[in-house]
Design a protein around this ligand. Sequence first.
Ligand code: FAD
Length: 384
Amino acid sequence: MAAQNFDIAILGGGLQGGLAALAVLSQHPDARVAMVEAGARPGGNHTWCFHAADLDAHGAALLGPLVAQRWERYDVFFPNRSRTLHTAYAAVTSDRFAEVVEARFRASPRSALLTGTRAVSIDPRGIELEGGRRLEAQLVVDARGPERFESFERVAFQKFVGLELELAAPHGLTHPVLMDARVPQTDGFRFFYLLPFDDRRVLVEDTYYSDGPELDVPALRGEVLAHARARGFQVAGVAREETGVLPIPARSIGEPRAELPLPAGYRGGWFHPTTGYSLPSAARLALHLAATLGKSPFGAEWQRLRREHARQQRFFAFLNRLLFGAFRPEDRWNVLERFYALPEPTVSRFYAMSTTATDRARILCGRPPRGLSVRLAFENGATA
Ligand SMILES: Cc1cc2nc3c(=O)[nH]c(=O)nc-3n(C[C@H](O)[C@H](O)[C@H](O)COP(=O)(O)OP(=O)(O)OC[C@H]3O[C@@H](n4cnc5c(N)ncnc54)[C@H](O)[C@@H]3O)c2cc1C
């Protein structure tokens, strides 16, 4: 079977693959883009959020059509501190993502979106599909998601069960609650996350920063419903459920690799080691691939991007070692409570992976959070 030729072939139509395709097709409407996705539609089953300050103007333009909801502020609650942060926060839903990506491919007759199609192999020149069909491209991108990190040395996991609830009466929330940690601290640092979509629809997630990957989904569903009822929500139904177990690495996972096929998205290490967010990094890489289409992506701008990404990653991996190595699981909330006392620009740059030397000093210096155990830190090699 003769191979089909493209400018760029992307394996994995999730967040990274879809953003790369959108970025390339908006900058080069005549480009030949192939994207292969095993699922029935691009994007899977997610609600991806980001802080508006995570993105520059190009990133904001890329994400704009995908945003299903935007709020101008958000709250955090801890036992001794509550705070409203005046940073905009936005949500991209899988449905909106799939609609926009599919429409973009429909408008590009030289491109091919292959959904419901599994690849059996990938190499620097192309992608081999089930059934023997082969796609070849000048640039081959591997965006198959987080699985590569399953065998990676890691300290912990961020895991959660979220239910999008339909309510019989308005919930009364006007903006998201990013963390409500005023709950029993079982299985590590635990908090609820609430995203109000409209006045009778809200996503409620029970989230854990935990030492192990086990996720008792039925039990956590019950916890979510109990939390919703405790807030006075009249639950009429569950519209959608999402679960996740994301690795939280203890060591820097190294600079993104300049190799083909190009490892991208979570698979390529383009994610925030502490929050597990990957949308901002995925947007930066997508824009870079679009800007360098037809040339090598590994030029001077790549060096700058990957060095900065790796420098930030090393810092966050160190924070992870401290959080998980120097505090007992039930004391870890103190670290986050102290973090949320920092100036708002520092909090924003923390999420955006653009911390400055001053931010890093603010995060690490000063009075340590309650519960810090020097003995545990040494036993666990947290400061190494
Ligand atoms: C439930 C959940 C919520 C999250 N929320 C946020 C958030 O709010 N903000 C944020 O920034 N990050 C969030 N993350 C983290 C991260 O952004 C996501 O995991 C993100 O989807 C990673 O993007 P990706 O493109 O690397 O991988 P994925 O989006 O997982 O995409 C990989 C795609 O590759 C496809 N694939 C894999 N193998 C093959 C194959 N052989 N053939 C064909 N297709 C294949 C898969 O079907 C999948 O669609 C969340 C993660 C989860 C699990």
